[in-house]
Design a protein around this ligand. Structure first.
Ligand code: 8Y7
Length: 288
């Protein structure tokens, strides 16, 4: 038994689904921003997005996270109408075609409402429901919600991130957001917390959060970690060729050894394989 991996049962209420998180699972990333499909136009983007989602489901993803607003450092905000046009048709088709819970990566209450009406089971909000109306929108539904920490906003967050104690500040922020959600009537069994790697954090901040992730996990909510293909990998490997798979897998495994129950990843198959190896060492092979 590896002492670093939790043995305790954990479930996430997720709309009409219940996710078993006893063994860590993979959330597959599905970008529907125009710059993520080189051919651009929507006629190409919808079938391509569905094919990619089906591939990730086949490779063992437990959740598909659909995002129509780029939250990369320096990215400009997208208007509501455009985000709805990108995301909602994909959600409608996905819930028809795959059995997995569909998550929507958005901060806008209007997009949340439409996504929930279209059958989404989870909202992934990098603003942690700080937009006016966002908490109430989620409270009126049964969906799960991932509350992520970010210092600043995407356009400027990587300029000069500063913390006295990054783990404590991230944890206190997330505790505050969890309390606001519970006060609004969102059951704790629907909540996920996320330190927001790379969102207003230097490489050193990210490494400290990873090193101390267990202190976040100790609060009791399942922890989601998003490290896949992030730029910190190049800084650590010294690579300049854009190859980030090995680095992504190493970071994802460090996160699950720190107690993360959901890993957000672009390369679903390799990440599922790596989780199986690490959990096999723990005497649990993923059958539960
Ligand atoms: C994260 C995320 C991104 C993350 C959660 C990227 C939407 C940047 N990163 N959501 N989204 N956690 N919950 O590189 O770390 O994928 S976008």
């Amino acid at each position: 038994m590896h002492p670093a991996i939790d043995a305790g049962p954990m479930r996430l209420r997720c709309g009409r689904h219940t996710l078993n998180l006893d063994i860590p699972v993979v959330m597959g990333v599905l970008n529907v921003t125009p710059d993520s499909f080189s051919d651009g136009g929507r006629f190409v983007a919808l079938p391509a997005a569905l094919a990619q989602a089906e591939r990730m489901a086949h490779e063992g993803a437990a959740i598909i996270d659909v995002g129509g607003e780029s939250t990369r450092p320096g990215a400009a905000p997208v208007d509501v109408g455009e985000e709805l046009r990108r995301v909602i048709p994909v959600v409608e088709k996905l819930v028809e075609r795959i059995q997995l819970p569909v998550s929507v990566d958005t901060s806008k209450p209007e997009v949340m409402r439409a996504a929930i009406a279209a059958g989404a089971s989870m909202i992934n909000d990098v603003y942690a429901l700080r937009e006016p109306g966002a908490i109430d929108t989620v409270a009126k539904s049964e969906v799960a919600i991932c509350l992520m920490h970010m210092q600043g906003e995407p356009r400027t967050m990587q300029k000069e991130p500063r913390y006295a104690d990054v783990l404590v500040e991230v944890r206190d922020f997330l505790r505050g957001r969890v309390a606001r959600c519970v006060d609004a009537g969102i059951a704790a069994s629907r909540l996920v917390i996320d330190p927001g790697f790379g969102f207003g954090k230097t490489v050193e901040h990210n490494l400290e959060l990873l090193r101390r992730l267990r202190e976040l996990a100790a609060d009791g909510c399942p922890v989601l970690a998003g490290l896949s293909r992030k730029s910190m990998i190049d800084k650590l490997t010294g690579r300049t060729d854009g190859e980030r798979l090995g680095g992504s897998l190493a970071l994802a495994m460090l996160a699950i050894l720190g107690g993360a129950r959901i890993v957000r990843a672009h390369d679903v198959g390799p990440t599922v394989d790596a989780i199986r190896i690490v959990t096999a060492m723990n005497g649990r092979h993923g059958e539960s």
